[in-house]
Design a protein around this ligand. Structure first.
Ligand code: FUC
Length: 884
């Protein structure tokens, strides 16, 4: 620990001196930063006039720490004016008026006293508060994979944010530009000559997209994941103080609960989203009388269909100005006395009333319900749910949720701090209080979120899972695959939720058809390719040139097989893998210096090295990550073909090409090299750690089989530092340090995420906002990456090397930090189909149990010792420390 702090000190100083970590960056530092960014962009051959500069302002800053506050923007504008005497930017167009306008939220006075009853729940699976949420990032998060609900829990006016996973604007569009392949020889020549700037200009011209994803304001055909809307319950009885307030989310059973006392009356609201019954359910108990309404910021109409049902519906923009996707949110009141008044319902009940909410869209595409009449389906959903009592609905939802959640349990030591309300617990932790169980809660929350945002047959979990209260989700709430969507699915396998990985598989499969057109158009190549990001409309066009990302996606297909041994899945996945491998085989070219096979133009995600004449090496050729991803793709495709007994000649082709791919290299500074040449970094603490793809999630770099490369990876991680606090970057680093067998460093990043990347409701934060009130940048993948990372610290099962056919090894407690001396984990899943339970005390295993699902050969490693177990299908073996 000490050692690490010492090593990273220069980095910490560097970050502190440029005022970019933790807290508000000074406007001057920000202005400098943006000026540098502008210079970098101009170095790439782009010229900005002041108007464009201003238009791009938000977007450029987005890469750093989210949209600026009005104050920061004003400060910056002032700073820029004095520096460059630039003109004042023209005012932006006002957004189109909404059909009905959503009421503006009023600041809420705090009139609530929390319950003094001691907390008796499980601190590793309960999120709770003494007060209602003031903001989205303090809400109770609920979901059934498709419908999301976020509960504020106010006692006067309850607000519940509603989501449905297919609420996407945009539409299908042909964005490919044909003919880039004619310029590939010239671009590649320029790359080899290290004339990156010119290579970049040509690439940009011929490998662009007709219409790129629109970031920030405005809509394009790429579209954007949007909020469905909000449900408001305005209570009539607001007189009198509220006491005994508690708001709680039980991760184990997926129940949100708000309870309080007002005067002599007790009130309880229980909420859950049911997958078996396709509805969001709320039971409101107490002598209540309230008004129900629903709205969203634009494009909606809410009507009272009858005396107990509210309907909110509308159509989203297709990106070309037409009304397109239809969404429906329908709420029905069951029990109590209800009557419609305008576009609201007035509800009164002596003891309890139930609200059922159904949602649907007419999205028909890669996954989802494929409906043509969401109006009718929401009626059918409600009719069906209404047949059941609250207790029956809850029993079905609970059983369904627990089926996933209880597959794994994790407990770490509790302290007094563990019994505090979640927001206070986080604050005290940040103040230095120890609380290992808080890490367990955070890790369990990631599993909870995957269950809530990804179910078989549904759309995959996006950049915000399914939870958004805004229309303008950051990065369109899409599926980015230069790290993000993959990270969403990291815990699906090692945390034993293989079935929940299915939407990721559908996403990859959905890229094949459009990706084949894209491969043909730009590269004149067989197979399929997609570039960096996609939407539900099949976007695969060029523009963002991280080529290796597509090969990385395919890794998920192999891994699903590796964990499940599902032969039917193998047959389904193989053609997709083969199509990707065919594309890359066709695209590989021989660089003249070493005759290695390489990719290019491509990128090492979102960063660049300093080329010899000052050019930034982006695009580049043979970025280390691409080469690693291709070794993975070729090995796994080949392995699949071998198991299936098909395509012998193709197998040979893959083997031969794999052997000639540019190898991993160690630079003069001892770090793994990011580019084919040992360039200096332009951004030494950049959030992406692309050349460590080979360490995690792939495993061609391991301390056992490639100690020098493992050491070079360690050096790379050290230089990237601990102060760089993009959520997903920290989460990736947990996994990398775990693979290096370094529990202390892995823990450092778990800790860092709790300090810097966690909102009060445990949603992960892309970056600590400079101004917590106005800058929200929730991105979910770090939640998932952390969960996978904690599991990876406790158990790993990757093969010892990237050799084709290398067999998995189960490693027990490979990266245990001293902060978690005692603990217990059950149900982690290992490759080959083994469920693993481990209990440890004083940093040492007490006992471990291995349960074999398929009777495959089993190797278990603890410390230096490796043991071979013979387990039949369905058999378990318990091992004590003496047997390991
Ligand atoms: C990648 C990252 C960004 C952001 C975006 C959604 O491109 O580099 O930081 O997370 O995805």
């Amino acid at each position: 620990m000490k050692l690490f702090i010492k090593r990273s000190l220069p980095l910490a100083l560097l970050l502190a001196s440029s005022c970019i970590v933790n807290g508000a960056p000074a406007p001057e530092a920000k202005a400098d930063y943006l000026a540098n960014k502008k210079a970098n962009i101009e170095n790439r051959g782009k010229v900005y006039n002041p108007q464009q500069w201003s238009d791009h302002f938000d977007l450029m800053d987005t890469n750093r720490d989210g949209i600026l506050t009005a104050q920061e923007k004003a400060d910056f504008d002032r700073a820029r004016k004095t520096r460059t005497a630039a003109k004042t930017p023209a005012p932006k167009k006002a957004p189109a008026p909404a059909k009905q306008s959503a009421p503006k939220p009023e600041p809420k006075p705090i009139t609530v006293a929390g319950s003094k009853a001691p907390f008796t729940g499980n601190p590793a699976t309960t999120v709770w508060y003494h007060q209602p949420a003031n903001d989205f990032d303090q809400t109770l998060v609920l979901g059934n994979g498709r419908i999301g609900a976020m509960v504020y829990g106010d006692t006067n006016e309850e607000t519940i944010v509603l989501n449905e996973s297919s609420v996407w604007s945009g539409s299908r569009a042909d964005n490919d530009i044909v003919g880039g392949y004619k310029y590939l020889p010239e671009i590649r020549k320029l790359l080899v000559e290290e004339r990156y700037r010119e290579a970049g200009q040509l690439t940009k011209k011929h490998f662009s997209s007709r219409e790129k994803p629109v970031m920030g304001k405005g809509v394009g055909t790429f579209g954007r994941y949007q909020t469905l809307g909000k449900l408001h319950l305005k209570f009539d009885d607001t007189a009198g103080a509220v006491t005994d307030y508690r708001r709680m989310l039980d991760l184990e059973s997926g129940l949100g609960r708000v309870s309080y006392q007002r005067g002599k009356s007790s009130y309880t609201r229980e909420h859950f989203v049911s997958a078996p019954d396709e509805v969001f359910v709320s039971r409101i108990t107490g002598p209540v009388s309230f008004t129900v309404s629903m709205d969203r910021p634009e494009r909606f109409e809410t009507t009272a269909v009858n005396d107990r049902e509210l309907l909110m519906t509308g159509r989203l923009n297709d990106g070309k100005g037409n009304d397109a996707l239809q969404y429906v949110g329908r709420l029905r009141v069951v029990g109590g006395s209800v009557k419609a008044e305008g576009n609201t319902l007035l509800v009164a009940a002596e003891d309890e009333v139930m609200l059922l909410f159904a949602a649907a869209t007419d999205y028909r595409g890669m996954a989802g319900r494929q409906l043509s009449d969401p109006l009718a389906v929401t009626i059918a959903d409600l009719d069906q749910a209404e047949q059941k009592t609250f207790a029956q609905l809850r029993a079905a939802q609970k059983a369904d949720h627990e089926k996933w959640f209880n597959r794994v349990t994790l407990s770490l030591p509790e302290t007094d701090n563990s019994r505090l309300a979640t927001d206070q617990r986080l604050a005290a932790y940040r103040g230095g209080a120890a609380d290992p169980a808080l890490s367990a809660l955070f890790a369990n929350f990631g599993r909870y979120l995957l269950i809530g945002s990804s179910r078989p047959g549904g759309l995959p979990s996006n950049l915000q899972g399914i939870w958004a209260e805004e229309l303008h989700t950051q990065w369109n709430g899409d599926w980015h695959f230069n790290i993000n969507v993959q990270m969403n699915y990291w815990p699906a396998l090692n945390c034993n939720m293989v079935e929940l990985h299915e939407p990721m598989v559908s996403l990859i499969e959905s890229l094949v058809e459009p990706g084949e057109k894209t491969a043909k158009a730009y590269y004149n190549a067989p197979g399929w390719i997609a570039h960096r990001a996609t939407n539900p409309w099949g976007y695969t066009s060029a523009g963002m040139m991280d080529l290796g990302s597509a090969a990385w996606l395919c890794e998920h297909l192999w891994e699903q097989y590796a964990f499940s041994s599902d032969q039917a899945f193998l047959r389904r996945a193989y053609p997709v893998m083969k199509g990707s491998a065919e594309f890359f085989l066709h695209q590989l070219w021989e660089e003249p210096e070493n005759n290695w096979l390489v990719t290019g133009p491509s990128k090492s995600s979102e960063t660049a090295g300093k080329g010899p004449n000052g050019d930034r090496s982006s695009p580049c050729y043979a970025p280390t990550m691409d080469m690693q991803a291709l070794r993975q793709l070729f090995a796994n495709t080949l392995r699949m073909a071998e198991i299936l007994g098909v395509d012998a000649a193709f197998q040979n082709e893959l083997k031969a090409a794999r052997a000639r791919l540019a190898p991993n290299q160690i630079g003069p500074d001892g770090r793994i090299q990011e580019w084919i040449k040992p360039y200096e970094d332009t951004e030494p603490t950049h959030r992406h750690i692309s050349p460590l793809y080979g360490l995690y999630p792939y495993y061609e770099i391991t301390p056992e089989s490639t100690p020098e490369l493992a050491e070079a990876s360690r050096k790379f991680l050290e230089k990237r530092g601990v102060g760089q606090s993009t959520g997903w970057s920290n989460a990736w680093k947990i996994n990398c340090w775990a693979r290096l067998g370094d529990g202390q460093h892995a823990w450092e990043f778990v800790h860092q995420m709790l300090l810097d990347n966690t909102y009060d409701n445990l949603f992960s934060q892309f970056r600590p906002p400079a101004n917590a009130k106005s800058k929200k940048l929730f991105q979910i993948e770090a939640n998932f990456g952390l969960t996978a990372g904690v599991a990876e610290m406790l158990m790993q099962s990757h093969p010892e090397s990237g050799e084709i056919g290398a067999e998995p090894i189960i490693r027990l407690l490979p990266a245990l930090p001293k902060e978690w001396p005692d603990g217990k984990v059950t149900g982690l899943l290992a490759r080959g189909g083994f469920e693993v339970d481990i209990e440890w005390a004083d940093g040492e295993i007490v006992e471990a149990t291995i349960h074999s699902q398929h009777g495959h050969p089993c190797k278990v490693r603890y410390g230096e010792k490796t043991k071979v177990l013979k387990l039949n299908k369905g058999e378990s073996q318990m091992l004590s420390i003496d047997e390991l």
